[in-house]
Every structure is written in structure tokens, then in C-alpha cells.
Write a protein that binds this ligand. Sequence first.
Ligand code: IMP
Ligand code: MG
Length: 192
Amino acid sequence: MRQDLERVLLTRDEIAARIEELGRSIVKDLGSVSESDGIVLVPIMTGSITFIADLMRQLPLRVRIGLITASSYAGTSMESSGDVVLSDAQFPVELEGRHVLIVDDILDSGGTIRRVRAEIEARSPRSVRTCVLLRKKITSALETPCEYVGFDIENEFVVGYGLDFDDYYRNLPDIGVLRSDVVEAARASADE
Ligand code: IMP
Ligand code: MG
């Protein structure tokens, strides 16, 4: 696990401190939201599983959660397929007239956020905002509308804190970059 990382990019303490700040900004911007209104959080699984757990505890509001599942990376791929698959039975929580906050782990090609945002906007919410923990410094990500960004990072593949490689490493408390020999070994065994 930890020994598979070439280096740590963000420690659990750095992540925790930033999430407190994000929570404060979100609450401040929703200042006029009455207690009875509350907000609906829409975390995109599975990558935002850790982030949503920490972020929602920084939001002293009336909160409902309508989690959805999307995936654009397949297996040991490190490139978004660009093909975002939304599973059935999405959006179980009523969104009409609600303040909605989409929550995702990382903004990469932007395909996932754009697609989810369009689906939510079609359901007549009062407002839609997006919060991501990480954003890659690439044009497609920077051009995707997103109100809250935890950290802007270089364009490299990262794991930990919910982010996976072939569905592993999500449980690492820190975020880091994998050693290239680990990636190659995983690819070689996937090809067998
Ligand atoms: P997008 O649709 O290309 O913006 O991709 C977003 C999704 O791809 C994220 O929610 C992640 O699940 C996954 N993803 C993008 N970059 C990384 C990465 O560096 N590590 C792990 N997963 C990633
Ligand atoms: Mg994801």
C-alpha cells in the first residue's frame, strides 16, 4: 500500500485543514438558506466516498444525500475513457427547488461533472454548485464550471483518499503518486 507510492502529494492533515476551509466557504455562500431548506449533496461514487464523509461533517446544515455512481476510467487505465456511465435509479432524492452541491474527488477531463450537472439542471433545482477536492492543471478541467476546489495539482495520476488505481488504494489516508513499476506490474498481470 503505502510502499507502492513514489511520493506523497497531500497528507491527511493538509487535506483535513483544507476541507474545513471548504466547509466554511460553502456554508457562508449558502448564508441565506433557511434551516428548513437545507441542501442536497450529490456525491459521485466511488471516488468521493472519503471526501463526502469528511466534508458533510463540516456542514452544520440540514443535509440530504443523493449519491450517484459514475465511472469513466476502466480497470488499470489511467486515462478517462470520456464515456461517463450513469447507473440506473439515479437521483433518488427530490432535487426540484433544492440547493444542490455536486461533490467529486477530482476534476480531470470534466466529462463527469458536466454530465452530472446537466442531469441535475434538468430537474429544476434552486441552485447547483460543484465542489471537487482536486483539480488537474489542464485546460479541460480548468474550463469546467466548478465553484469549490480543494487543491490544484499537476497533471499526474494520483491515488488515495478515495481515489483508485484498478479499484485499489482508496483506503490510503494520504494522496500520492504510484511508483511506475507498480503500475507496470498491474498492467502486465491484467494483460495475462
Ligand atoms: P473526468 O470525467 O475525466 O473529469 O474524470 C473524473 C473521474 O475520473 C474522477 O471522478 C475519478 O474517479 C477519475 N480520475 C480522474 N483522474 C484520476 C486520478 O488521477 N486518479 C484516480 N482517479 C482519477
Ligand atoms: Mg470518480
